[in-house]
Design a protein around this ligand. Sequence first.
Ligand code: FMN
Length: 334
Amino acid sequence: MIPTDALTHPTDAAAVTHALVEAAAAAGHAPSIHNTQPWRWRLAGNTLDLYLERSRVLDVTDPDTRLATLSCGAALHHARVSLAAQGWHVEVARMPDPEDPDHLARLSPAGRVPVELPSLRRLQTVRLRRTDRRPVTGEPVATADLQAVAADVEAEDTWLHVLTSDQVLDLAGAADHAQRTEVGETAWQTELAYWTGGTRPAGTGIPDAAIPDRTIRTTVPGRNFGHPGALPISSGQDRAAIFAMLYGRTDELVSWLRAGEALSAGWLTATELGVSLLPFSAPIEVISTRQAMRVIIASTGYPYLVVRLGHFNATEAGPPHAPRLPTDQIIDRA
Ligand SMILES: Cc1cc2nc3c(=O)[nH]c(=O)nc-3n(C[C@H](O)[C@H](O)[C@H](O)COP(=O)(O)O)c2cc1C
């Protein structure tokens, strides 16, 4: 491994800059709440800093920035995946500035490492992963696949609790209650409409092509987008769906960031295994239902996000990839 001070050589410095720009670009493919992409990268010398971009935080849905921070954690993990695939060992400092809670992480390449084939594959998966809101088929998720997803989540200091069938019914009630609560609020409706239609910044938000073309009858209701989209729904009832909860020991910024890294790790693994993963954040967004989610894990920790796992009918076309902001709008160079 090359010591960090060896990176002051001009050639190495150019190589590091290139690797960091590539990492920030790859991070742009990360999932985010309503595709807000609430991150900004700052490139200075040999380091890449991740900041929360306040202008793309959902003030009504996400006033404490938990889901925006979680989204930034997914972007951070994507950047780590990119650097590993480029053969860089990287040091990660999370919440490096106690005076600035929006400064979420600093990545510092610390030397070259051999590139492993799984790292290259993982970077390809970053471009393949997408959110698919169709109901899943009756094909069960293999226990080994579930264990692989859970192991990758746990490697990021977050736990995955698989809900029992009774707990799925509790989740269904909470998801329904959360959506009714949100839909009853005009400011929430306005915010949702902005990010799923209308005149938001180009390259952000959820296109109609990724929203189901009709209401799907499932045990746990998916996100109510307030209008039908254009994603054709033909089969599948979610009976074989697995619902799981990402949770952890504390309820603070750094644990939400870690949960986002865990979401990315688990989602990329699921994608490689041919398993679909769909986040359900409505029950986390509303305080009372978040509390109900906490009861499900017997108050042994704090819930961060609910996810659905399952399979799709391979013969049916899925949604297109959601748009992304151009790289130069998410990277500042010092
Ligand atoms: C923290 C978080 C919460 C999300 N919550 C939901 C949700 O409740 N319902 C849903 O359909 N998609 C949800 N998503 C998926 C995003 O809408 C999706 O990642 C975004 O639109 C970008 O699309 P892509 O994942 O296909 O790249 C969530 C994603 C994240 C990271």
